[in-house]
Every structure is written in C-alpha cells, then in structure tokens.
Design a protein around this ligand. Sequence first.
Ligand code: PGA
Length: 260
Amino acid sequence: MTVGERRWLIAGNWKMHTTYEEALELAGAIQQRCRSLPDVEVVLIPPFPWIVPLAERLRGSAIALGAQTCSAYDQGAYTGEVSARMIAPFCQYVIVGHSERRRLFAETDEVVAAKLRAALRYGLRPILCVGEDLEEREAGATLHVIEHQLRLACEALSLAECKRIIIAYEPVWAIGTGRPATPADAQSVAEWIRRWFVLRFGELDEQLRILYGGSVTAENARGFFEVPDIDGALVGGASLDAAQFCGIVEATRSAKARLE
Ligand code: PGA
C-alpha cells in the first residue's frame, strides 16, 4: 500500500456538547453539506446518548459513527461505564486515550491499553490519541512521551490488531487553544510514529493511518493534509459547526498534490 492508497479519515469529536435536538440538527447538516468523497471517511463522535438515534438517522449514509471512550471491561458491576460490546453494534470507531480522559479522569497508560484491547475484542477501530503537553515539549521530551504512550498501549498487540488501529497525534497544548502545531512539526512526529510501528510490526508501515488533532479548522486543515504522513484529522471545536467541519473534509482535496 502506498501513501496514495490510505483513505483519509476526518473525525469530529463533539465532546460533551449538544442537546439531543442540536445533535440531530448538526448530523443532518453535515450529512447534507459534506459531499461524499470516495477517498474520505467521515466519522461523527457524539456523546453516548446520541449514538443510537444518530445511528438510525445516518443509516445508509456514508457517515460513520464513533464513541468518545469505552470501558476496559466487557460487562458487569461497573456503575456508569459503557462497554465496547454495547457500542459495537452502532459504531465503527472509538477514541481511546484522549488527553482529556488521561488528565481529567486519571486514565493511566495501563487503562488506555486495556480499553484498546476491549475495543479490538468487539471489532471496533480504536483511534489511539498520543501527544505531549507544553512542559514536556519545552523540555524536548516530545518523542520520549509518545514512545512511552505507544509502547504501553500497543506492545502486546499482534500485527493483525495493529492494522485496525488509527493513531491521532494530538499535542495537548494545541487542543482547544486555537494554537495548532505547524504542519512541519506534525509531519515530523507522524513520520517518527510510522517508523516506530515499522520497527515493531514490519509490514504495517504504509497501512497505518495517522491523524493530526489540535485546533484544526477549515482554514488551516489544508496545510496538514499536504504533508506525507498525515492521513486526516481529529477535530474538536470545529466539528460542532457543519460548515467548518465540511470545509475540513473538503480540504483533503488539496492533498491530491501529495500523491503526484
Ligand atoms: P480541538 O480538539 O480541535 O478543539 O483542538 C481536538 C481534540 O480534542 O481532539
């Protein structure tokens, strides 16, 4: 597989936003506005309660659904948890290890690894988030942090399991700040991540999809899509606006340039 054969993936993480009515309206507007591009996969990642109604609403459309997290457990006495098993009939994707989960809800690398395995057990495609915070970046520890996060999450996986994973490089300091990484910086980390997987899983290299996340907008998306190792975006704030989000989907067109 070559860089040109990897399908783009644009995922909108709605976080804890939208009422039920707003969720239906937003999904409807995205469905209408986002022209279906055969080489782009569009994924909406709403809060848990809207997953089932949106699955009904989007049935037959090209838009896929994801969940924002899942439990490390399959079922049982775990009040408040939602398992990969429950999500799997309605979603194709699940975010694992988002920095907000790591930081605000004390998810350790071990918990992230268990969630990743739970997602894989039920056939979901995990979007594994990795990235350094500002202090780590300023200390020059970016790759060290990412290596640690990748190793703890992925070292026990088989090649077949790794082929189902998507990596999202999300520098913590760029999330929700309006201060994205530069495409060149994102490229150099993405290239390093791809090499890390090649060293461990050989054949995986060209197949692995790597997203960039952190203050992506319709205006700046193009820059990220023109670099060779970034295959899409994990979008937070801008995914709550149909015009912005579809602008990001459209920006993949410019990426044709990287294939020529
Ligand atoms: P942002 O969020 O686009 O609002 O920076 C990205 C994310 O949290 O995945």
